[in-house]
Design a protein around this ligand. Structure first.
Ligand code: TYM
Length: 340
């Protein structure tokens, strides 16, 4: 009797590398959008700790940053009861599927990835296989859960296209195996949140200049200081224009933090002067982040609770992941040990 069957929600998958705190780029580009749609899906949010290994890390610091990001997920409002929150390295199926999918991906496809080209230029002293293979692991993350939708920032669009290509290639060879996922780029669309010091560049966790990024758990004082120092221009009018990247970036941030439209903000602050405008932008961030920071600090006091939540997440994730992995292994002709 189909009418009694609860309708299964479509699946959402996304993740973030634990290479620093959430900042306004990762928060507005990803988490903010996740929060808007998390209830419409069975939502699965990974901490992409295996992805973070392409760069050498101090093990103690890495562990701390990883737990800290997990606490930030929860503090932002991702719900560990409704959604699945877990660490990628706790579900071994990711690495296994990544190997298999790597055998269905061409080296040329990976060498063409813009992120690979940028990262390999930045890390020419440590040009490891992980840097090249990175998008295959990302494809494994997504395809393992049969995700229908993947909410990410536009910088991940190329990786998502490759994921779709791999899924289609595999399905054509072996019959329907993977759901072919769609991207969701949220209200930013094809825009990124930019560095406060160089608004033509994306705000990035790996930027060595601390004034260029704002972490969501920074103190109000630090946030206000960084916004006051943000690079603008000498025109002194608040307008959203391509030739005003600094002011336009602050408007994007202001809009996401306050929930107000950019036109509305431009109307109010058009001739207010940059000092007043920046104070208002800074305050909108402080207000939005205050409860998140307080909840984060509370969660960080109770490591055992975080361990319980992450264990529960890993168990639920592994159950779903194993279903797909077993299917893939069967399709490609790997043996199993089930007795007839
Ligand atoms: P990562 O950790 O670099 O970034 C996490 C998410 O934040 C978005 N983002 C931004 N959006 C707008 N403006 C910015 N300045 C900005 N900086 C970051 C990114 O687009 C991303 O959505 N490979 C991924 C992590 C990952 C993943 C996955 C994502 C691993 N497996 C599976 C989706 C599905 C990454 O490096 O994101």
């Amino acid at each position: 009797m189909t009418e009694n069957k609860p309708e299964r929600k479509p699946i959402l998958y996304s993740g973030i590398q634990p290479t620093g705190d959430l900042n306004l780029g990762t928060y507005i580009g990803a988490v903010h959008n996740w929060l808007k749609i998390q209830d419409d899906y069975l939502s699965i949010y990974g901490i992409a700790d295996l992805h973070a290994l392409t760069v050498r890390r101090n093990p103690q610091e890495f562990r701390k940053t990883t737990w800290s990001l997990f606490a930030q997920y929860v503090a932002c409002g991702l719900d560990p009861e409704k959604s699945i929150l877990y660490f990628q390295s706790h579900v071994h199926q990711h690495a296994e599927l990544s190997w298999i999918l790597g055998c269905y991906t061409y080296i040329g496809e990976l060498q063409r990835m813009t992120q690979y080209k940028d990262k390999s230029a930045q890390h020419s002293d440590n040009l490891n296989i992980g840097l090249l293979d990175y998008p295959v692991l990302m494809a494994a993350d997504i395809l393992l859960y049969q995700a229908n939708v993947v909410p990410v920032g536009v910088d991940q669009k190329q990786h998502l296209e490759l994921t779709r290509d791999i899924a289609i290639r595999f399905n054509n060879a072996y019959g329907d195996t993977f759901v072919v996922p769609e991207g969701n780029f949220g209200s930013l669309g094809d825009k990124k949140i930019c560095s406060l010091q160089d608004p033509t560049k994306k705000m990035s966790k790996s930027d060595p200049n601390p004034d260029s990024i704002i972490s969501i758990v920074e103190t109000p004082d630090q946030i206000m200081k960084k916004i006051r120092r943000a690079v603008t221009d000498s025109e002194a009018v608040v307008e959203y224009r391509e030739d005003k990247p600094g002011v336009s970036n602050l408007l994007e941030i202001f809009s996401a933090m306050s929930g107000r439209g950019i036109d509305d903000l431009v109307k109010e602050y058009h001739t207010a002067g940059y000092k007043t405008f920046k104070e208002a932008v800074g305050e909108s961030i402080v207000e939005k982040m205050r409860p998140i920071r307080e909840e984060y600090e509370r969660l960080m006091q109770d490591k055992n609770h975080l361990i319980d939540l992450a264990s529960q997440g890993a168990e639920r994730a592994a159950y779903l992941a194993e279903k797909t992995l077993a299917k893939v292994k069967r399709k490609i002709g790997l043996t199993d040990l089930k007795k007839k």
